[in-house]
Design a protein around this ligand. Structure first.
Ligand code: MTE
Ligand code: MO
Length: 455
Protein backbone atom coordinates (compact mmCIF):
# COMPACT_ATOMS: atom_id res chain seq x y z
CA UNK A 1 0.00 0.00 0.00
CA UNK A 2 2.90 2.23 -0.79
CA UNK A 3 1.39 5.52 -1.69
CA UNK A 4 -2.14 5.02 -0.56
CA UNK A 5 -3.96 7.64 1.51
CA UNK A 6 -2.00 8.20 4.70
CA UNK A 7 -1.22 4.50 4.94
CA UNK A 8 2.45 5.08 4.35
CA UNK A 9 2.09 8.40 6.13
CA UNK A 10 4.96 9.02 8.47
CA UNK A 11 3.69 11.62 10.88
CA UNK A 12 6.11 14.25 11.93
CA UNK A 13 5.65 17.09 14.35
CA UNK A 14 3.87 20.12 13.03
CA UNK A 15 6.12 23.04 12.23
CA UNK A 16 7.15 24.94 15.35
CA UNK A 17 5.51 28.08 14.08
CA UNK A 18 2.18 26.39 13.66
CA UNK A 19 0.60 28.63 16.26
CA UNK A 20 1.07 32.23 15.37
CA UNK A 21 0.51 33.07 19.00
CA UNK A 22 3.66 35.11 19.45
CA UNK A 23 2.85 37.30 16.55
CA UNK A 24 -0.66 37.80 17.71
CA UNK A 25 0.25 38.52 21.31
CA UNK A 26 2.65 41.22 20.21
CA UNK A 27 -0.02 42.79 18.13
CA UNK A 28 -2.45 42.75 21.01
CA UNK A 29 0.08 44.29 23.37
CA UNK A 30 0.32 47.30 21.12
CA UNK A 31 -3.03 48.61 22.14
CA UNK A 32 -2.43 52.08 20.77
CA UNK A 33 -2.29 50.85 17.22
CA UNK A 34 -5.37 51.43 15.19
CA UNK A 35 -7.66 48.48 14.65
CA UNK A 36 -6.91 48.53 10.98
CA UNK A 37 -3.21 48.11 11.68
CA UNK A 38 -4.04 45.40 14.14
CA UNK A 39 -6.03 43.48 11.61
CA UNK A 40 -3.36 43.93 9.01
CA UNK A 41 -0.53 42.76 11.25
CA UNK A 42 -2.54 39.94 12.72
CA UNK A 43 -3.34 38.61 9.31
CA UNK A 44 0.19 39.14 8.08
CA UNK A 45 1.39 37.15 11.07
CA UNK A 46 -1.17 34.48 10.41
CA UNK A 47 -0.25 34.30 6.77
CA UNK A 48 3.47 34.19 7.49
CA UNK A 49 3.16 31.14 9.68
CA UNK A 50 0.78 28.44 8.54
CA UNK A 51 -1.61 29.34 11.28
CA UNK A 52 -5.23 28.51 11.61
CA UNK A 53 -7.24 31.67 12.08
CA UNK A 54 -7.40 32.94 15.57
CA UNK A 55 -10.60 32.94 17.53
CA UNK A 56 -11.17 36.50 18.58
CA UNK A 57 -12.40 37.05 22.07
CA UNK A 58 -14.76 39.75 23.16
CA UNK A 59 -13.03 42.83 24.44
CA UNK A 60 -10.50 42.95 21.63
CA UNK A 61 -8.26 46.00 21.52
CA UNK A 62 -10.67 48.82 20.87
CA UNK A 63 -9.14 51.77 22.71
CA UNK A 64 -11.37 52.87 25.57
CA UNK A 65 -9.78 56.26 26.16
CA UNK A 66 -9.83 59.01 23.59
CA UNK A 67 -12.25 57.15 21.36
CA UNK A 68 -11.70 54.65 18.61
CA UNK A 69 -9.77 56.22 15.74
CA UNK A 70 -11.43 53.73 13.43
CA UNK A 71 -14.70 55.47 14.16
CA UNK A 72 -13.46 59.00 14.73
CA UNK A 73 -11.24 59.26 11.66
CA UNK A 74 -13.16 58.75 8.48
CA UNK A 75 -11.44 55.98 6.56
CA UNK A 76 -10.50 56.40 2.93
CA UNK A 77 -13.20 54.00 1.86
CA UNK A 78 -15.88 56.25 3.31
CA UNK A 79 -14.73 59.33 1.45
CA UNK A 80 -12.90 58.30 -1.71
CA UNK A 81 -14.00 56.68 -4.93
CA UNK A 82 -13.81 52.91 -4.84
CA UNK A 83 -12.65 50.69 -7.64
CA UNK A 84 -14.77 50.16 -10.72
CA UNK A 85 -16.23 46.79 -11.52
CA UNK A 86 -13.71 44.02 -11.86
CA UNK A 87 -11.72 44.10 -15.09
CA UNK A 88 -13.62 42.89 -18.14
CA UNK A 89 -13.49 39.12 -18.31
CA UNK A 90 -12.28 38.60 -14.76
CA UNK A 91 -12.95 35.87 -12.23
CA UNK A 92 -13.40 37.03 -8.61
CA UNK A 93 -11.01 36.28 -5.78
CA UNK A 94 -11.26 36.41 -1.95
CA UNK A 95 -10.20 39.54 -0.04
CA UNK A 96 -6.46 40.10 0.33
CA UNK A 97 -7.07 39.84 4.09
CA UNK A 98 -8.15 36.22 3.68
CA UNK A 99 -5.00 34.87 2.14
CA UNK A 100 -4.39 32.40 4.98
CA UNK A 101 -7.51 30.40 4.12
CA UNK A 102 -5.95 27.80 1.86
CA UNK A 103 -5.74 24.12 1.09
CA UNK A 104 -2.78 22.58 2.84
CA UNK A 105 -0.67 19.47 2.40
CA UNK A 106 -0.12 17.46 5.54
CA UNK A 107 3.12 18.13 7.38
CA UNK A 108 3.04 14.44 8.27
CA UNK A 109 2.38 12.77 4.93
CA UNK A 110 5.33 11.30 3.13
CA UNK A 111 5.21 12.61 -0.39
CA UNK A 112 6.21 10.43 -3.29
CA UNK A 113 7.13 12.11 -6.54
CA UNK A 114 4.31 14.60 -6.15
CA UNK A 115 1.81 15.58 -3.51
CA UNK A 116 -1.31 13.43 -3.66
CA UNK A 117 -3.54 14.87 -0.92
CA UNK A 118 -4.57 18.40 -0.02
CA UNK A 119 -6.85 19.19 2.90
CA UNK A 120 -9.75 21.67 3.07
CA UNK A 121 -9.50 24.41 5.76
CA UNK A 122 -12.61 23.32 7.68
CA UNK A 123 -11.76 25.59 10.61
CA UNK A 124 -12.15 28.67 8.39
CA UNK A 125 -15.37 27.80 6.55
CA UNK A 126 -18.99 28.69 7.30
CA UNK A 127 -22.25 26.96 6.49
CA UNK A 128 -22.12 23.68 4.61
CA UNK A 129 -20.70 24.43 1.17
CA UNK A 130 -16.99 24.12 0.46
CA UNK A 131 -15.84 26.80 -1.98
CA UNK A 132 -14.65 24.95 -5.07
CA UNK A 133 -11.16 26.43 -4.83
CA UNK A 134 -10.79 24.95 -1.34
CA UNK A 135 -12.28 21.49 -2.03
CA UNK A 136 -9.91 18.78 -0.78
CA UNK A 137 -7.97 16.81 -3.40
CA UNK A 138 -6.87 13.22 -3.65
CA UNK A 139 -5.08 12.15 -6.80
CA UNK A 140 -3.64 8.68 -7.30
CA UNK A 141 -1.80 9.67 -10.46
CA UNK A 142 -2.00 13.44 -10.69
CA UNK A 143 -4.80 15.62 -12.07
CA UNK A 144 -5.56 16.74 -15.60
CA UNK A 145 -7.43 19.53 -17.32
CA UNK A 146 -9.13 17.42 -19.98
CA UNK A 147 -10.51 18.98 -23.18
CA UNK A 148 -14.28 18.41 -22.85
CA UNK A 149 -14.73 18.33 -26.63
CA UNK A 150 -12.52 15.22 -26.73
CA UNK A 151 -13.89 13.55 -23.61
CA UNK A 152 -16.06 10.47 -24.17
CA UNK A 153 -18.25 8.56 -21.76
CA UNK A 154 -18.93 4.91 -22.62
CA UNK A 155 -21.47 2.38 -21.37
CA UNK A 156 -21.06 -1.33 -22.02
CA UNK A 157 -21.49 -4.73 -20.39
CA UNK A 158 -25.01 -6.08 -19.83
CA UNK A 159 -26.70 -3.52 -22.08
CA UNK A 160 -28.60 -3.88 -25.37
CA UNK A 161 -26.71 -1.11 -27.16
CA UNK A 162 -23.27 -0.13 -25.90
CA UNK A 163 -23.16 3.66 -26.04
CA UNK A 164 -20.67 6.48 -26.38
CA UNK A 165 -21.66 9.96 -25.16
CA UNK A 166 -19.95 13.26 -25.84
CA UNK A 167 -20.16 16.01 -23.20
CA UNK A 168 -22.63 17.87 -25.40
CA UNK A 169 -24.87 14.82 -25.55
CA UNK A 170 -24.81 14.43 -21.76
CA UNK A 171 -25.44 18.11 -21.09
CA UNK A 172 -28.61 18.25 -23.20
CA UNK A 173 -30.27 15.56 -21.03
CA UNK A 174 -32.52 16.32 -18.02
CA UNK A 175 -30.28 17.22 -15.07
CA UNK A 176 -30.54 17.26 -11.28
CA UNK A 177 -28.63 19.39 -8.73
CA UNK A 178 -28.00 18.10 -5.23
CA UNK A 179 -25.86 18.94 -2.21
CA UNK A 180 -23.69 16.09 -0.99
CA UNK A 181 -20.58 15.62 1.08
CA UNK A 182 -17.59 13.69 -0.19
CA UNK A 183 -15.23 12.21 2.38
CA UNK A 184 -12.13 10.17 1.61
CA UNK A 185 -12.24 6.82 3.39
CA UNK A 186 -8.85 7.75 4.83
CA UNK A 187 -10.07 10.95 6.44
CA UNK A 188 -8.94 11.08 10.10
CA UNK A 189 -6.64 8.12 9.40
CA UNK A 190 -3.65 9.38 11.37
CA UNK A 191 -5.74 9.35 14.53
CA UNK A 192 -6.08 5.55 14.45
CA UNK A 193 -2.53 5.37 15.69
CA UNK A 194 -3.12 8.15 18.19
CA UNK A 195 -0.98 10.51 16.18
CA UNK A 196 -2.23 13.98 16.91
CA UNK A 197 -2.03 16.02 13.73
CA UNK A 198 -2.47 19.61 14.87
CA UNK A 199 -5.57 21.07 13.24
CA UNK A 200 -9.10 20.20 12.08
CA UNK A 201 -7.81 20.76 8.56
CA UNK A 202 -5.46 17.78 8.94
CA UNK A 203 -7.68 15.60 11.12
CA UNK A 204 -10.91 16.00 9.10
CA UNK A 205 -10.08 18.03 5.98
CA UNK A 206 -10.40 15.21 3.44
CA UNK A 207 -14.04 16.24 3.50
CA UNK A 208 -15.95 18.71 1.36
CA UNK A 209 -19.55 19.46 0.39
CA UNK A 210 -20.80 20.87 -2.90
CA UNK A 211 -23.90 21.25 -4.98
CA UNK A 212 -23.35 18.78 -7.83
CA UNK A 213 -25.20 18.91 -11.14
CA UNK A 214 -25.48 16.15 -13.67
CA UNK A 215 -27.53 13.33 -15.11
CA UNK A 216 -28.63 10.38 -12.95
CA UNK A 217 -26.60 7.36 -14.04
CA UNK A 218 -29.80 5.33 -14.28
CA UNK A 219 -31.01 7.60 -17.12
CA UNK A 220 -27.88 6.88 -19.14
CA UNK A 221 -28.03 3.14 -18.39
CA UNK A 222 -31.65 3.04 -19.54
CA UNK A 223 -30.69 4.81 -22.77
CA UNK A 224 -28.24 1.97 -23.40
CA UNK A 225 -30.95 -0.62 -22.74
CA UNK A 226 -29.42 -1.89 -19.50
CA UNK A 227 -30.47 -5.32 -18.25
CA UNK A 228 -31.85 -4.05 -14.95
CA UNK A 229 -33.05 -7.50 -13.93
CA UNK A 230 -29.70 -9.27 -14.02
CA UNK A 231 -27.32 -6.35 -13.78
CA UNK A 232 -26.35 -6.06 -10.12
CA UNK A 233 -23.14 -4.01 -10.15
CA UNK A 234 -21.57 -1.26 -12.17
CA UNK A 235 -17.86 -0.84 -12.75
CA UNK A 236 -16.88 2.83 -12.92
CA UNK A 237 -13.59 3.72 -14.62
CA UNK A 238 -11.63 6.98 -14.61
CA UNK A 239 -9.65 8.43 -17.49
CA UNK A 240 -6.42 9.22 -15.62
CA UNK A 241 -3.33 7.03 -15.38
CA UNK A 242 -4.30 5.54 -12.02
CA UNK A 243 -6.79 3.13 -13.67
CA UNK A 244 -9.20 4.10 -10.92
CA UNK A 245 -11.97 1.52 -11.02
CA UNK A 246 -14.64 0.85 -8.43
CA UNK A 247 -17.68 -1.42 -8.14
CA UNK A 248 -20.95 0.39 -7.39
CA UNK A 249 -23.99 -1.67 -6.32
CA UNK A 250 -27.01 -1.17 -8.60
CA UNK A 251 -29.25 -0.49 -5.58
CA UNK A 252 -27.57 2.92 -5.21
CA UNK A 253 -28.03 3.59 -8.91
CA UNK A 254 -31.67 2.53 -9.41
CA UNK A 255 -32.64 4.85 -6.54
CA UNK A 256 -31.53 7.68 -8.84
CA UNK A 257 -28.96 8.96 -6.36
CA UNK A 258 -25.80 8.28 -8.32
CA UNK A 259 -25.11 11.16 -10.69
CA UNK A 260 -22.81 11.50 -13.67
CA UNK A 261 -21.86 15.07 -12.74
CA UNK A 262 -20.34 17.94 -14.66
CA UNK A 263 -21.39 20.79 -12.35
CA UNK A 264 -20.03 21.79 -8.95
CA UNK A 265 -21.32 24.82 -7.04
CA UNK A 266 -22.94 26.39 -10.08
CA UNK A 267 -20.06 26.05 -12.52
CA UNK A 268 -18.27 23.22 -14.27
CA UNK A 269 -16.26 20.85 -12.06
CA UNK A 270 -12.76 22.03 -11.27
CA UNK A 271 -9.99 20.06 -13.01
CA UNK A 272 -8.72 18.82 -9.63
CA UNK A 273 -12.17 17.42 -8.93
CA UNK A 274 -12.64 15.53 -12.18
CA UNK A 275 -13.44 18.00 -14.96
CA UNK A 276 -15.30 17.44 -17.17
CA UNK A 277 -17.13 14.44 -15.66
CA UNK A 278 -17.16 12.64 -12.33
CA UNK A 279 -19.33 10.11 -10.57
CA UNK A 280 -21.21 11.36 -7.51
CA UNK A 281 -22.04 8.47 -5.17
CA UNK A 282 -23.81 10.04 -2.17
CA UNK A 283 -22.88 8.61 1.24
CA UNK A 284 -20.13 6.41 -0.20
CA UNK A 285 -16.42 6.96 0.47
CA UNK A 286 -14.57 9.34 -1.85
CA UNK A 287 -12.68 6.71 -3.83
CA UNK A 288 -15.92 5.58 -5.52
CA UNK A 289 -16.54 9.11 -6.81
CA UNK A 290 -14.51 8.33 -9.92
CA UNK A 291 -13.09 11.45 -11.57
CA UNK A 292 -12.52 11.97 -15.31
CA UNK A 293 -15.23 9.30 -15.65
CA UNK A 294 -14.89 7.60 -19.01
CA UNK A 295 -16.73 4.29 -18.77
CA UNK A 296 -19.24 2.28 -16.80
CA UNK A 297 -19.83 -1.40 -17.33
CA UNK A 298 -22.88 -3.26 -16.08
CA UNK A 299 -22.21 -6.70 -14.61
CA UNK A 300 -23.70 -9.29 -12.31
CA UNK A 301 -20.96 -9.50 -9.68
CA UNK A 302 -18.46 -7.23 -7.93
CA UNK A 303 -15.34 -6.61 -10.00
CA UNK A 304 -12.74 -6.94 -7.20
CA UNK A 305 -10.55 -4.23 -8.72
CA UNK A 306 -7.22 -3.23 -7.17
CA UNK A 307 -8.84 -0.27 -5.45
CA UNK A 308 -11.29 -2.49 -3.60
CA UNK A 309 -9.56 -5.88 -3.29
CA UNK A 310 -6.14 -4.61 -2.17
CA UNK A 311 -6.61 -0.94 -1.33
CA UNK A 312 -9.37 0.64 0.74
CA UNK A 313 -9.77 -2.45 2.91
CA UNK A 314 -9.86 -2.34 6.69
CA UNK A 315 -7.43 -4.52 8.66
CA UNK A 316 -9.32 -6.02 11.62
CA UNK A 317 -7.88 -7.06 15.00
CA UNK A 318 -8.09 -10.75 14.00
CA UNK A 319 -6.02 -10.16 10.85
CA UNK A 320 -9.00 -10.34 8.49
CA UNK A 321 -9.70 -7.50 6.08
CA UNK A 322 -13.03 -5.78 5.57
CA UNK A 323 -13.73 -5.16 1.87
CA UNK A 324 -16.32 -3.00 0.13
CA UNK A 325 -16.78 -0.74 3.14
CA UNK A 326 -18.69 1.72 1.06
CA UNK A 327 -20.76 3.85 3.39
CA UNK A 328 -19.25 6.67 5.41
CA UNK A 329 -20.88 6.28 8.83
CA UNK A 330 -22.24 9.14 10.91
CA UNK A 331 -19.52 11.52 12.10
CA UNK A 332 -18.99 15.09 13.31
CA UNK A 333 -16.26 17.50 14.28
CA UNK A 334 -16.11 20.81 16.11
CA UNK A 335 -14.35 23.23 13.76
CA UNK A 336 -14.15 26.15 16.24
CA UNK A 337 -12.58 26.02 18.74
CA UNK A 338 -10.26 23.45 17.21
CA UNK A 339 -6.58 22.53 17.19
CA UNK A 340 -4.20 25.37 16.42
CA UNK A 341 -6.68 28.10 17.32
CA UNK A 342 -6.21 30.30 20.37
CA UNK A 343 -8.91 31.68 22.64
CA UNK A 344 -7.71 35.07 23.70
CA UNK A 345 -9.88 35.57 26.77
CA UNK A 346 -12.56 33.84 28.78
CA UNK A 347 -16.17 34.65 28.01
CA UNK A 348 -18.67 33.84 25.30
CA UNK A 349 -17.87 31.68 22.28
CA UNK A 350 -20.01 30.11 19.59
CA UNK A 351 -18.94 26.48 19.34
CA UNK A 352 -19.53 25.43 15.75
CA UNK A 353 -18.93 22.35 13.66
CA UNK A 354 -20.04 19.93 10.97
CA UNK A 355 -21.95 16.67 11.12
CA UNK A 356 -22.77 14.18 8.36
CA UNK A 357 -23.92 10.64 7.67
CA UNK A 358 -23.59 8.44 4.61
CA UNK A 359 -26.93 6.85 5.51
CA UNK A 360 -29.16 9.89 5.48
CA UNK A 361 -29.81 13.02 7.51
CA UNK A 362 -28.22 14.11 10.76
CA UNK A 363 -30.85 13.93 13.50
CA UNK A 364 -28.98 15.56 16.38
CA UNK A 365 -25.58 16.64 17.59
CA UNK A 366 -24.61 16.73 21.27
CA UNK A 367 -21.67 18.80 22.47
CA UNK A 368 -19.58 18.30 25.59
CA UNK A 369 -17.06 20.74 27.06
CA UNK A 370 -15.89 18.37 29.81
CA UNK A 371 -14.57 15.41 27.83
CA UNK A 372 -17.87 13.58 27.50
CA UNK A 373 -19.22 13.68 31.05
CA UNK A 374 -22.06 16.06 30.28
CA UNK A 375 -23.70 16.72 26.94
CA UNK A 376 -25.92 19.49 25.61
CA UNK A 377 -27.85 19.38 22.35
CA UNK A 378 -26.56 21.76 19.68
CA UNK A 379 -28.72 23.74 17.24
CA UNK A 380 -28.78 22.24 13.75
CA UNK A 381 -28.82 24.97 11.13
CA UNK A 382 -30.85 24.61 7.96
CA UNK A 383 -30.69 23.18 5.43
CA UNK A 384 -30.44 19.68 6.90
CA UNK A 385 -29.98 17.52 3.81
CA UNK A 386 -29.49 13.81 3.27
CA UNK A 387 -25.85 12.80 2.80
CA UNK A 388 -24.71 16.41 3.01
CA UNK A 389 -22.80 18.31 5.66
CA UNK A 390 -24.97 19.81 8.41
CA UNK A 391 -23.81 22.85 10.39
CA UNK A 392 -24.31 22.92 14.17
CA UNK A 393 -23.84 25.73 16.70
CA UNK A 394 -24.03 25.95 20.47
CA UNK A 395 -23.35 28.74 22.99
CA UNK A 396 -20.48 28.40 25.44
CA UNK A 397 -19.06 30.59 28.13
CA UNK A 398 -15.44 29.69 28.78
CA UNK A 399 -14.42 30.10 32.42
CA UNK A 400 -10.74 30.14 31.56
CA UNK A 401 -10.12 26.62 32.90
CA UNK A 402 -8.97 23.67 30.78
CA UNK A 403 -11.87 22.22 28.78
CA UNK A 404 -12.22 19.24 26.46
CA UNK A 405 -14.62 19.94 23.63
CA UNK A 406 -16.33 17.11 21.76
CA UNK A 407 -19.27 16.61 19.42
CA UNK A 408 -21.33 13.44 18.98
CA UNK A 409 -23.70 13.07 16.04
CA UNK A 410 -26.72 10.81 15.66
CA UNK A 411 -28.27 10.14 12.25
CA UNK A 412 -31.84 9.38 11.30
CA UNK A 413 -31.21 5.63 11.42
CA UNK A 414 -30.54 6.08 15.16
CA UNK A 415 -26.81 5.35 14.78
CA UNK A 416 -24.66 7.26 17.30
CA UNK A 417 -21.09 8.34 16.53
CA UNK A 418 -18.77 6.13 18.66
CA UNK A 419 -16.00 7.02 21.11
CA UNK A 420 -12.46 5.81 20.33
CA UNK A 421 -12.88 3.23 23.05
CA UNK A 422 -15.96 1.73 21.41
CA UNK A 423 -14.54 1.92 17.90
CA UNK A 424 -11.23 0.33 18.85
CA UNK A 425 -12.98 -2.46 20.75
CA UNK A 426 -14.47 -3.56 17.42
CA UNK A 427 -11.91 -2.42 14.86
CA UNK A 428 -8.59 -2.46 16.73
CA UNK A 429 -5.92 0.13 15.96
CA UNK A 430 -4.40 -1.17 12.73
CA UNK A 431 -7.05 0.18 10.44
CA UNK A 432 -6.46 3.12 8.16
CA UNK A 433 -9.89 3.86 6.81
CA UNK A 434 -13.30 4.77 8.20
CA UNK A 435 -12.40 6.38 11.47
CA UNK A 436 -15.59 8.15 12.58
CA UNK A 437 -14.77 8.41 16.29
CA UNK A 438 -15.61 11.41 18.45
CA UNK A 439 -12.89 14.07 18.20
CA UNK A 440 -11.55 15.83 21.32
CA UNK A 441 -10.04 19.30 21.42
CA UNK A 442 -8.31 20.42 24.62
CA UNK A 443 -8.62 24.12 25.43
CA UNK A 444 -5.66 24.91 27.67
CA UNK A 445 -5.60 27.61 30.32
CA UNK A 446 -3.52 29.84 28.07
CA UNK A 447 -6.23 29.57 25.43
CA UNK A 448 -4.31 27.33 23.04
CA UNK A 449 -6.38 24.51 21.59
CA UNK A 450 -4.77 21.11 21.10
CA UNK A 451 -5.70 17.80 19.52
CA UNK A 452 -5.97 15.10 22.21
CA UNK A 453 -7.40 11.61 22.49
CA UNK A 454 -9.18 10.27 25.54
CA UNK A 455 -8.64 6.61 26.33
N1 MTE B 1 -9.98 9.01 -11.73
C1 MTE B 1 -9.77 9.15 -10.42
N2 MTE B 1 -10.83 9.23 -9.61
C2 MTE B 1 -10.65 9.38 -8.27
C3 MTE B 1 -9.35 9.40 -7.71
C4 MTE B 1 -8.25 9.32 -8.59
O1 MTE B 1 -7.09 9.36 -8.19
N3 MTE B 1 -8.50 9.19 -9.93
N4 MTE B 1 -9.22 9.50 -6.34
C5 MTE B 1 -10.35 9.04 -5.55
C6 MTE B 1 -10.25 9.32 -4.13
S1 MTE B 1 -9.33 8.24 -3.21
C7 MTE B 1 -10.96 10.31 -3.55
S2 MTE B 1 -10.97 10.52 -1.88
C8 MTE B 1 -11.74 11.27 -4.35
C9 MTE B 1 -11.22 12.67 -4.12
O2 MTE B 1 -11.95 13.59 -4.85
P1 MTE B 1 -11.46 15.09 -4.96
O3 MTE B 1 -10.03 15.10 -5.39
O4 MTE B 1 -12.39 15.77 -5.87
O5 MTE B 1 -11.57 15.65 -3.54
O6 MTE B 1 -11.69 11.01 -5.73
C10 MTE B 1 -11.65 9.63 -6.08
N5 MTE B 1 -11.75 9.49 -7.50
MO1 MO C 1 -9.73 8.63 -1.02
Amino acid sequence: MKQDDLSSGRIIKAPENFLSRDGIKTVFAEGKKGRRDFIRSAFAAAAASVAAPVVMAQGNPVPTEGGDPNILNLPEHATGLGQGVSPEGSYGKPSKFETNVLRRQSPGLTQTTQASVSFAPLQSLFGIVTPSGLHFERHHQGWWDIDPSKHRFMINGMVKTPKVFTMDEIMRLPSVSRFHFIECGANTAAEWGNVAVPTAQYTHGMLSCSEFTGVPLITLLEMAGADLKNGKFVLAEGGDGSSMTRTIPMSLITSGEVIVAYGQNGEMLRPENGYPLRLVVPGVQGVSWVKYLRRVELGDKPYATKDEAVHYIDLQPDGMQRQYTNIQECKSVVTTPSGGQVLLDKGFYNITGLAWSGRGKVKKVDVSVDGGRNWRQARLETPILSKALTRFNIDWIWDGKPAIIQSRATDDTGYVQPTYKLLRAVRGTRSIYHNNAIQSWLVQENGEVKNVQLS
